[in-house]
Design a protein around this ligand. Structure first.
Ligand code: B12
Length: 210
């Protein structure tokens, strides 16, 4: 863990944060640990937003910094993973929610771990997931969401997949922010994953990848 990186992101020191991320990579720090620090920093940003000391511009800048750091660590992450295609994963941020930093990390990790991933983007209505399952034929569907309202959208999406007669053909994992096993049960998904590595482990478990 790099306290300096966490503090730089949390304090909105963009240049320092990016320089530190590059420096850590150059010192052969595990790219996953760098992403983990980003997550810790985001939690602090969230607390400051809740406390009223940060506002939307800070959330936006934090989002940008995280996206930039993800771009910086991407090449190293790719190198660490052997490319061997395991199966197909369809992913998206559910309806009403536009948070996609976490989803993008999950997408990237799945791709780097050998999955063919189709990313439907953000604010994705249930019907769009159904359409894409018919067309793309994934074994795994990933639903991401950070807002509390995303829980209902996840439930609607799983119900729509079931109503379309496609539920038995796919495994559904959910994740993002405060999603936990209770939300999984509420939504009717097969599993929830705490982070990008958990998403990869779940998908591999369902597709027989290793
Ligand atoms: C950055 C941010 C934004 C950015 C988003 C930029 C972007 N491109 O995503 C912007 C500024 C746009 C934004 C907007 C809003 N935000 Co905001 N935002 C955040 C913030 C600071 C960080 C979120 C984040 O990216 N975290 C880092 C990522 C890496 O974590 P993650 O998503 O959890 O992802 C990891 C895991 O969860 C997992 N994972 C993620 N997806 C999936 C999927 C699967 C299948 C699996 C297995 C795993 C998995 O793997 C990821 C990597 O390890 C949080 C505060 C916080 N507490 O974190 C608030 C927060 C989420 N936002 C909040 C709010 C209220 C909003 C707004 C409504 C604000 C407003 N008044 O307009 C809007 C939402 C608009 C909408 N319709 O969605 C609230 C949500 C409250 C709630 N419970 O509903 C929070 C918690 C802040 C707060 N404390 O109030 N936000």
């Amino acid at each position: 863990m790099s306290k300096k990186l966490i503090t730089a992101i949390a304090d909105m020191e963009e240049k320092e944060a990016l320089d530190l991320a590059r420096e850590l990579l150059a010192r052969k720090t595990d790219p996953l640990l760098i992403l983990e620090d980003c997550r810790s920093a985001m939690a602090i940003v969230g607390q400051r937003y809740e406390a009223g000391t940060y506002f939307l511009p800070e959330l936006l800048l934090a989002g940008e910094m995280l996206a930039e750091i993800t771009e910086i660590v991407k090449p190293e992450l790719s190198k660490a993973q052997a490319i061997q295609r395991h199966g197909k994963v369809l992913i998206g941020t559910v309806k009403g929610d536009i948070h996609d930093i976490g989803k993008n990390i999950v997408t990237f990790m799945l791709d780097a771990s050998g999955f063919e991933v189709r990313d439907l983007g953000v604010d994705v209505p249930a019907e769009k997931f159904v359409e894409a399952i018919r067309e793309f034929q994934p074994q795994v569907v990933g639903l991401s969401g950070f807002l509390t309202l995303a829980y209902d959208s996840m439930k609607e999406t799983v119900a729509a997949i079931k109503a379309a007669g496609l539920r038995d053909g796919v495994k559904i994992m959910i994740g993002g922010g405060t999603v936990d096993d209770q939300v999984r049960e509420y939504a009717g998904a097969d599993a929830y994953g705490l982070d990008a590595m958990a998403a990869v482990t779940l998908a591999k478990g369902w597709t027989g990848g290793n």
